[in-house]
Structure formats: structure tokens, C-alpha cells
Design a protein around this ligand. Structure first.
Ligand code: 5GP
Length: 349
């Protein structure tokens, strides 16, 4: 059976400009309210082992965003990492399913964690439902539960019904993810968000954000927050060591960035790849980018400017006013810097 729901992603659409009554892009508000907590910027650093540990979490929360610590360490080290944070109330911790997940949650909640992210590759599943229900039964509304990942209304609704406050959306859209080529499953990110937003919960767009414009489109399509992996990879605040290499006589610094379902990550955390499994992520070296603040400023500049292109004072306003237009490949090419290529064409004098 072929679904008549056409899947679109960021590059398939453009936001159509609308009337603007806002004097300056400085006047827009980018803050998001999350059950009593206020975040100045709608960005989250991804819970990957090459993205978010203490340093990234501190930097991200200092700038007004949220961070989610990864869970690929022992429970004791996870607790130590959480205790060392500067702004604990703006950082969530991650758990997997089953006993380890619930033990980890209990240890971290005892250490003061109030936001728990139940995070698995395919969140529309019974085990995730069980973990959410157990957490809710033991801690009531003292913990905020983030759950994912899903990419459909049915998945988001299932997690909301189980008791999740926040739904993380994205299957197969990540920059180091290979789920779609390995399994054939996933939903293009923009359509996934538009489908999931029918559920009355806070949404995180997770995966596929490559440019500031992708973040603007994700927010306009219904996300309250945008989670960043690849865009933050290689910044100073990410875990891991810098490797210096010489390329064409130039010294270049790299850092490792890897999918959590890559062979390399599974070798480190699961004692190797089981023979019944295939890796659903890749490991790459990315060029070091300097302070994460520069990346965040660039994204926030795009979001603020984007909001004024349709006269939106708040993110909710952007969601109400945004009008997407589907574009052709030619339209997409026109919308990316192309003057330099023209000058280099052989017949252009
Ligand atoms: P990015 O911002 O790099 O495009 O996407 C980051 C997101 O990719 C993460 O937050 C996570 O949801 C997802 N991800 C991380 N590692 C893997 C992996 O190995 N496989 C898959 N399928 N997704 C991954």
C-alpha cells in the first residue's frame, strides 16, 4: 500500500515572505516556556557522546538553551557528570529502556535531575511506554519526561498517551545516521514535524539541521526546540581530542563525530557489534570549528531574521504565520549562493 502522504524535507520547501510590522530583528522573542522553565533560545545540544558532556552542557545553558547529556557511560559517571553541571535545572539526562534505564533515572533523580529523556531509535514501542509509565507512577509531575524518537502522529500520540511531556521527532534524518539506507524506514523531517504537531505536546526537532534556515523551517513547521548534533560537531566544547593533520602543506585540526548506532560506538559501548545487527550510523572526522558560541549566534541570527520575514514576534507567532511553498530543484539552486560558479564558467568573460 502506498501512502498518499507526500514526505517533504527542508530542501523541498521555502518560507514565503509576509507582512512585517516589527521594527528590528532585535525586537523578536526567541524564548520558549517549558512547564515553568524559561529557555532564552530554542536550541538543544544532542545527547551524543561526541557532542554533550559537561562543557557543552554548561556552554549551551549559559547561552539560554537546553542540553541533554548522553547515557553512554556508567551510571556512577553519569551522576558525577550531572553533579558537576553549572545550570542543572536546564539540563536533561538520557536513559534507555529496561532495568538499566530505570536504575539510571533513579540515580540521576536522586542527584537532582528533573528532566529525563527516554531515548531510543524507535520510540513508538511498548518498552518506551513502560519506562514512561513507571517514571510517572514513581515521580508524578516532579519529573519532566522527554521521549522519542518518533516521526508520525501515531507515534507522538502514543508517547503523549503514555505520559510524555515532550516528544522528540526524527527518524533517519541525522547527519551521521544511516537508518534509512539500512532499513528503508523514516519520514522526511519537515513532514514528520507537521504530522507530530497535531499532538498537543512540546516538540523537539531532532536531526537534519544543517543550516540556520533548517532550524527556522523546523520551528515554523511546529517544533518548539531544535536539537543539534552535526552543527555543533567539532566545536571546542565537544568531548574528544583534536587530531592535527597536514593537508596540502596546511595544518588542519579534526575531531571525531559519530552516530550512536555506528560500529565504532557499538564496539565501545556494547562490547562489539552483535552478528545479527547492522550499524545504523557512521563515524566521521570533522574539521574543528572553534567556540560553539559562533555556531549558535549564526543560527540565532537566522531565526531572528527569519521571524521578521513573516512579522513573527514569537516562535508561536512564526508557527501561526509561516507559509511553506514547495519548490523545484531549480528553485533550490537559485536559493543558494551561485555567483562564484558563474564567474568560473569557461565561456563567461
Ligand atoms: P544531526 O543534528 O547531526 O543531523 O542529528 C543528530 C541526531 O541524529 C541525534 O540527536 C540522534 O537523534 C540521531 N542519531 C545519532 N546517532 C545516530 C545513529 O547512529 N543512527 C541514527 N539513526 N540516528 C542517530
Amino acid at each position: 500500500m502506498l501512502s498518499n502522504f507526500k514526505g517533504l524535507t527542508f530542501d523541498d520547501v521555502i518560507l514565503v515572505p509576509g507582512y512585517n510590522g516589527i521594527k528590528s530583528r532585535q525586537n523578536v522573542t526567541t524564548s520558549v516556556e517549558l512547564l515553568g522553565k524559561n529557555f532564552g533560545i530554542p536550541l538543544i545540544s544532542s545527547n551524543m557522546d561526541t557532542i554533550t558532556e559537561t562543557e557543552m552542557a554548561n556552554a549551551m545553558t549559559d547561552l539560554g538553551g537546553m542540553a541533554i547529556l548522553h547515557r553512554f557511560i556508567s551510571i556512577d559517571d553519569n551522576v558525577k557528570m550531572f553533579r558537576n553541571l553549572k545550570n542543572k535545572d536546564k539540563v536533561a539526562v538520557s536513559i534507555g529502556i529496561g532495568k538499566d534505564g530505570l536504575d539510571r533515572a533513579e540515580a540521576l533523580i536522586s542527584a537532582g535531575a528533573t528532566m529525563i529523556c527516554v531515548d531510543v531509535a524507535h520510540g513508538h514501542s511498548k518498552e518506551v511506554n513502560r519506562s514512561i509509565k513507571t517514571l510517572r507512577e514513581s515521580h508524578g509531575n516532579h519529573v519532566l519526561i522527554i521521549a522519542g524518537n518518533v516521526a508520525t502522529y501515531a507515534g507522538a500520540d502514543y508517547l503523549a498517551a503514555a505520559g510524555a511531556d515532550v516528544i522528540k521527532v526524527g527518524i533517519g534524518s541525522g547527519s551521521v545516521c544511516s537508518t534509512r539506507i539500512k532499513t528503508g524506514f523514516g519520514v522526511p523531517q519537515l513532514s514528520a514535524l507537521q504530522d507530530c504537531r497535531k499532538v498537543d505536546r512540546v516538540l523537539i526537532s531532532d536531526g537534519g539541521t544543517r543550516f540556520p534556515s533548517d532550524a527556522v523551517k523546523a520551528l515554523a513547521a511546529g517544533a518548539d526546540f531544535v536539537m543539534l548534533g552535526g552543527m555543533l560537531a567539532g566545536t571546542d566544547e565537544t568531548p574528544g581530542t583534536q587530531i592535527e593533520t597536514e593537508i596540502n602543506g596546511k595544518k588542519v585540526k579534526f575531531k571525531r563525530f559519530r552516530g550512536m548506532a555506528s560500529k565504532e560506538a557499538q564496539d565501545d559501548f556494547m562490547g562489539g557489534m552483535s552478528d545479527w545487527k547492522t550499524a545504523e550510523g557512521v563515524s566521521i572526522d570533522v574539521v574543528c570549528k572553534g567556540p560553539m558560541k559562533n555556531v549558535i549566534q549564526d543560527i540565532m541570527g537566522g531565526i531572528r531574521s527569519g521571524m521578521t520575514y513573516c512579522g513573527a514576534l514569537t516562535i508561536k507567532d512564526l508557527q501561526r504565520k509561516a507559509q511553506f511553498m514547495e519548490i523545484t530543484p531549480a528553485g533550490r539552486i537559485e536559493g543558494t549562493p551561485h555567483a562564484i560558479g558563474r564567474l568560473n564558467e569557461p565561456n563567461s568573460n
